[in-house]
Design a protein around this ligand. Sequence first.
Ligand code: ADP
Length: 473
Amino acid sequence: MNVVYVASEVFPFFKTGGLADVMYSLPRKMSRIGHDVSVIMPKYSQISQIYTRKMEHVISVEYSGRVFNIYKIVEGYVIYYFVENKELFERSQVYGCDDEDIQFSVFCEIVLKFLRKIQLKADIIHCNDWQTGLLPFFLKKRYILSDEFFANMKTVFTIHNLMYQGKFSKTSLHRLGYDVEGDGLNFMRIGMEYADIVTTVSKTYAEEIKYPYFSEGLEDMTTSKKIYGVLNGIDVIYFNPERNSSIYVNYNIYTRKDKAKNKMFLQQEMKLPETAETPVISMITRLVEGKGMDLIRYNIEELLKDPVQIIILGSGDKQYEEFFWNLEKKYPSKFKIKLGYDPVLANKIYAGSDMFLMPSRYEPCGLSQMIAMKFGTIPIVRETGGLKDTVTSYNKYTGEGNGFTFANFNADDMLYTLRRAERYYFNDKGVWDKLIERNMNLDFSWIRSAREYEKLYWIAKGDKVLKADLSEK
Ligand code: ADP
């Protein structure tokens, strides 16, 4: 198949979250299993010169009085295309401009016009998140109707985060001159409505978003339309403690005792007391409400009464940054906050911690817990979305499970669960080591996910047998 991925961010060119990682890995794996793959994103001024220097001009597309230059970079068998327009995409910030409706609707139009111009007959256009939501609509309601070239193109729309929907007022409808009905525009809703297949990034999240607590006002869509759940993978070559070059000491499942050395160096770098017996609990996260920051704020001082060290790497809302900042002043030998985005330090923390905490209110998939697990760091998570699909609580009777979990979004339940983990950490080294081994052995490779998407692409193309097969699951 010929598959075209369309997204607002793609690692390593531009990344703010998990979407960019998915757009790095999934296309590469799809090409590995034999498909023709391209990826299209806007050419932001934030893209490093390392990449812009490599870009080759492909073609220009004109639309609404503007000229769009399309550039490409070929990496392996994947072709990355970048849509350039200085006025629309070269800004001091990528997201949150007040004409985002224009930026991204035009981006979607350009993608289709570009495919036409270079005669790239995609079997599947795989759109991601609200920024690409109008594309399935344009394709189905305009391009297919007026141009034979598009006749067999199908769209897949993946929801990575339902919270950000791209909602715009009625004036936006007029401003864009679109014939969509309603009080305003919701790009996410339109994507879900017009795509041939809608997916989200874990099976649990696909179920959860049918309920108002998670649906962010879209339950009419989430209950009426079949939504498939495909868990993301992680880059298991990069996130491999045996090879990763940014951690202090490499280790694998057999030499996992060397994880302790990483902990010592991490404590050193963080200026924490170098005590091997003290559990290091870490978080690497955006500091936003949805990641459970209020639970942390509510109970972290209680947790700090325990013999633990806590390290948080993240950036986000000022209220949390300030809170952690003050907390570090109060507990300098037990708590460290590192503000900012730092992938090298992130790896060191994954490798050097004992426990990785993710008390998310909602979590479509979550990559961090999978990365932590590959580094043998025990996940402590709330049972939601992809966290529920990847972490099962240790059961002392059956010996099953790979972490510690709690069901309710409640700070005391989180604290209780952390203390449950602490008890095993301090009193049952055998169980703890078993959990480390079990986590390091888990398979989070992208191949598994790519195979699932491949099936969905065939279903989008009309494969009824696969459709019936997947519906039964
Ligand atoms: P989300 O996409 O909701 O932010 P995920 O867990 O799916 O959450 O993905 C987050 C990714 O970003 C992980 O790879 C994590 O390691 C990385 N990350 C988050 N915050 C930071 C940070 N401050 N520094 C470095 N990496 C970070």
